[in-house]
Design a binder for this molecule. Structure first.
Ligand SMILES: Nc1nc2c(c(=O)[nH]1)N[C@H]1C(S)=C(S)[C@@H](COP(=O)(O)OP(=O)(O)OC[C@H]3O[C@@H](n4cnc5c(=O)[nH]c(N)nc54)[C@H](O)[C@@H]3O)O[C@H]1N2
Ligand SMILES: Nc1nc2c(c(=O)[nH]1)N[C@H]1C(S)=C(S)[C@@H](COP(=O)(O)OP(=O)(O)OC[C@H]3O[C@@H](n4cnc5c(=O)[nH]c(N)nc54)[C@H](O)[C@@H]3O)O[C@H]1N2
Ligand code: SF4
Ligand SMILES: [Mo]
Length: 768
């Protein structure tokens, strides 16, 4: 599928272009216009690698002529792309040739403060030396645990696992857990004894009835998930969408339930009530695979559709009908978990309720429901044992295990949450307060500190208190220009990374390999981690001379080799997707304490949490304010693609969605500019208004990722508003450690000026 066909699946792309009047009006240069004659003569070499523009990690064939990548495509043998890429993947080439990239190591000018943004160029040797001596001083003074690592992206294996484990700190955080999947993973782990993993194991090929809660597939454009979803609809699967906003998915649905934000758990409890009281659940499945049905049945008695109707602002009959239709199609009926599940703070309980609906439908491990994803077999590199397990601290305290006696202090959020990985936002208070002990240094690899983590003022205060703050990135993002030392990484088309092993219906391993040499004085993450390790005295863990030797050693453990992986790109193994496949081998997939699906969780009860899901009402905002909801642009990834002019051509700024009647009452119309001001007086914008009936009247909606204030990012700077800037609060999910972000409220302040911005065409022409 080409970019245009892909975009057709997403009605929002039309909206997106409409919302970007400036971009739509401008005819931007054709990226291939400057391709050399050799490209047109077909002297093109192909390199198989995978995309880094989001974490779906689609297999990519990069086409190279004259030492430059001109085009990327998906390739058929890769289960994540199946020969296709999303627009973000196709546009990602422009990131490599972005003239605003970080080009060489930078050191903050002496006598300046963090945030002043004054830097001088440095050699790699000097920059790495400064970092190593800073880290060793922290270790000497406070212990190795006082260094924190935040990491995201493919290189997080180096900066979120390998190096921190060798260095010995458990304080490693990833935004993809406590700011994203934490609640759904925790709930799945303690309900089914298995996580969901990076690739949601929904058996799209066989399902006949789909209920999406939030989960705006179509704007959320994870490539093969969107392909699978579209094919299921084409095959005739029925769709129900529960969303306060008429999302793209809702526009494809037979039924849209415009729920009051934050009340989904009440809806799910009512569905459980109907399934139980009308005896519509799969009795044989429940009997065979679950524990706690009696407790659940008693628990859900009061939660009638009428009870839920009051809370959710939905129609009781519609609630009842959907439960009956789910049961009528079971087990080929599914309520997928969504991915971004940190919403209101009680999120693990909402996800538990969602999984219990699925369990009563008897669809887990069954065709048309959830298949059982499996990770491929692959051994780690045979390095000496690390002093701490990667992401150490793991499942301690509340999560039922004990803190291992490693001789190191436990991570600063130890014992409080069930999620395996440290809650990234909970590491920040320790930088300010020094409790339970001081975090004095931070390495941020590919994490957008000011666009991903709520309460930016707190993050800035924490950064000011550190002894050492290092950013490893590709662009001069706002948070990068606060670091003491900035290290420019080579982009994904210019580097190797560690192997990626993907749990999937067909488990597979894929290779990241360079298509071209790194531009300017940039270096791959593996090289940076190794050079730093050697300067920290961690030589024993870095005995591999280079990445090719490292990768080849790992690939030999599955009887393959680097040579083979370079030629094939993807190595697919066989999986066991259904319960029947496990039972045929006498295996039990349920890794819960009881070895069954736990409708009632004794572990949660023992930790002082509700063993059965309960509904908690969301917070209320000040009068005259709207709850701030947010989601994805189909052609952007988070806050990392707004300097990519190819993607900005399609969606060049965000707009604040507000119901037409509310806009009228406020005296604003589509295209007017407003400020957004939140409950704590924090302002952001100016941002254009989009008045629409596609949204309830009690909320507004912003696409996440815009609103950069970064002078060095000349395309992104000053376009639109940042949802993160307006999130001065979050509500902690006490079970997973997730940061519920939909608890902020904003007012629209009319009369903001239309921003004067440089033309996208001029900016595009600067592409190197
Ligand atoms: N194009 C693109 N695709 C992406 C990404 C990207 O950056 N760009 N990021 C990827 C990642 S890492 C993630 S985590 C996913 C996130 O994508 P999803 O997991 O699909 O995110 P959600 O938060 O479920 O979806 C946002 C939707 O929830 C609705 N919503 C808001 N509040 C409520 C509520 O109280 N109840 C209900 N029922 N709905 C509500 C919003 O109106 C919006 O339509 O997207 C992935 N896909
Ligand atoms: N307000 C708000 N906050 C959110 C969300 C939201 O919707 N709204 N979504 C949440 C979710 S679901 C997630 S998963 C997280 C995502 O959180 P992040 O992963 O932190 O999000 P990005 O904005 O993509 O930031 C990526 C950073 O990596 C840099 N980068 C890009 N490519 C490379 C590379 O190859 N190497 C290196 N070293 N750096 C690179 C980018 O320049 C950028 O600074 O955010 C969470 N936070
Ligand atoms: S879904 Fe799109 S951006 Fe994400 S990895 Fe695939 S092609 Fe790249
Ligand atoms: Mo995410």
């Amino acid at each position: 599928m080409d970019r245009r066909a892909f975009l057709k699946l997403s009605a929002a792309s039309v909206g997106a272009v409409m919302l970007a009047p400036e971009a739509a009006a401008v005819k931007l240069p054709n990226p291939l216009a400057r391709a050399p004659a050799s490209w047109f003569d077909g002297e093109v070499s192909s390199v198989l690698t995978f995309c880094e523009n989001c974490f779906w990690k689609c297999g990519v064939r990069a086409s190279v002529a004259d030492g430059r990548v001109w085009k990327v495509d998906g390739y058929a043998a890769n289960p994540k792309s199946r020969g296709r890429l999303c627009p973000r993947g196709q546009g990602a080439v422009a990131q490599t040739y972005d003239p605003d990239r970080l080009k060489r190591p930078l050191i903050r000018v002496e006598g300046t403060q963090r945030g002043d943004g004054k830097y001088r160029e440095a050699s790699w040797d000097e920059a790495l030396g400064v970092i190593a001596s800073g880290m060793l001083a922290i270790k000497e003074r406070y212990g190795s645990e006082s260094m924190a690592f935040f990491a995201h992206g493919s290189g997080d294996t180096w900066f979120g696992e390998y190096l921190p484990a060798a260095w010995a700190t458990p304080n490693v955080g990833k935004p993809s857990v406590s700011l994203c999947t934490g609640p759904r993973e925790t709930a799945s782990q303690w309900t089914f004894g298995r996580g969901i993993g990076g690739h949601e194991p929904i058996d799209w090929e066989n399902t006949d009835y789909i209920v999406l809660i939030g989960h705006h597939i179509g704007e959320d454009t994870h490539n093969t998930q969107l392909q699978d979803f579209s094919l299921a609809l084409k095959r005739g699967a029925e769709l129900v969408v529960v969303d306060p906003r008429f999302s793209v998915a809702a526009s494809k649905a037979g039924r849209w339930l415009p729920i009051k934000p934050g009340t989904d758990t009440a809806l799910l409890l009512a569905w459980l009530h109907v399934l139980v009281t009308e005896e519509l659940y799969d009795k044989a499945y429940v009997e065979r695979y679950t524990v706690g049905f009696e407790q659940l049945a008693a628990h859900v008695q009061p939660f009638t559709p009428e009870w839920a109707a009051d809370i959710t602002d939905l129609d009781a009959d519609a609630i009842r009908t959907v439960a009956r239709e789910l049961a009528a199609h079971a087990p080929r009926a599914v309520v997928p978990p969504g991915r971004h599940t940190v919403w209101y703070g009680n999120d693990t309980q909402r996800m538990r309720a969602l999984y219990l609906v699925n369990a009563l439908l008897g669809n887990y491990g069954v065709e048309g429901g959830f298949y059982l994803a499996q990770a491929p077999y692959l051994e780690p590199y045979p390095h000496p044992a690390f002093p701490l397990e990667p992401a150490a601290g793991g499942c301690s305290g509340a999560s039922g295990g004990e803190t291992l006696d490693t001789g190191f202090r436990a991570r600063v959020d130890d014992g409080r949450f069930f999620a395996h990985t440290t809650a990234v936002q909970e590491l920040i208070p320790a930088m300010i307060s020094g409790e339970p002990y001081r975090i004095a240094g931070l390495i941020a690899y590919g994490v957008n500190l000011f666009h991903s983590i709520p309460d930016v003022a707190r993050t800035q205060e924490a950064l000011r208190k550190l002894d050492l703050y290092v950013a490893i990135d590709v662009l001069p993002m706002d948070h990068v220009m606060w670091a003491d030392v900035i290290l420019p990484e080579a982009t994904y088309l210019e580097r190797y990374d560690d192997l990626v092993a993907i749990a999937h219906k067909t488990p597979f391993i894929e290779l990241r390999q360079p298509a071209v040499d790194p531009m300017w004085d940039t270096k791959p993450g593996w090289w940076i981690a190794r050079e730093l390790g050697l300067r920290l005295g961690l030589d024993a863990y870095f005995d591999w001379p280079d990445i090719e030797a490292y990768l080849d050693k790992r690939l030999r453990t599955i009887g393959s080799s680097l040579e083979q992986a370079k030629a094939k790109g993807t190595l697919v193994q066989r999986g066991r997707p259904y319960l029947a496949d496990w039972e045929a081998r006498n295996l039990n997939p349920f890794g819960t304490p009881s070895g069954r699906i736990e409708l009632y969780s004794q572990t949660f009860a023992d930790a002082g949490f509700d063993p059965l899901p309960t509904y908690e009402p969301p917070n209320d905002g000040p009068p005259g304010s709207y709850r701030l909801l947010y989601g994805r642009s189909p052609v952007h990834t988070f806050a990392k693609t707004q300097n990519n002019w190819v993607l900005m051509e399609m969606h060049g700024q965000n707009a604040v969605w507000i119901h037409t009647a509310e806009a009228e009452a406020l005296g604003v119309a589509s295209g007017d500019y407003v400020w957004l001001e939140n409950q704590d007086g924090v302002r952001d914008g100016p941002v254009a208004v989009y008045a629409t009936e596609r949204l309830r009247r009690d909320c507004v909606y912003l696409v996440h990722g815009f609103g950069h204030r970064a002078k060095g990012m000349r395309v992104a700077d000053g376009r639109g508003a940042s949802d993160t800037a307006l999130m001065s609060r979050y509500r902690l999910d006490p079970i997973s450690g997730g940061a519920g972000m939909r608890v902020n409220f904003v007012k629209l302040v009319p009369g903001a000026p239309r921003p004067r911005l440089p033309s996208l065409r001029k900016l595009a022409e600067r592409s190197v």
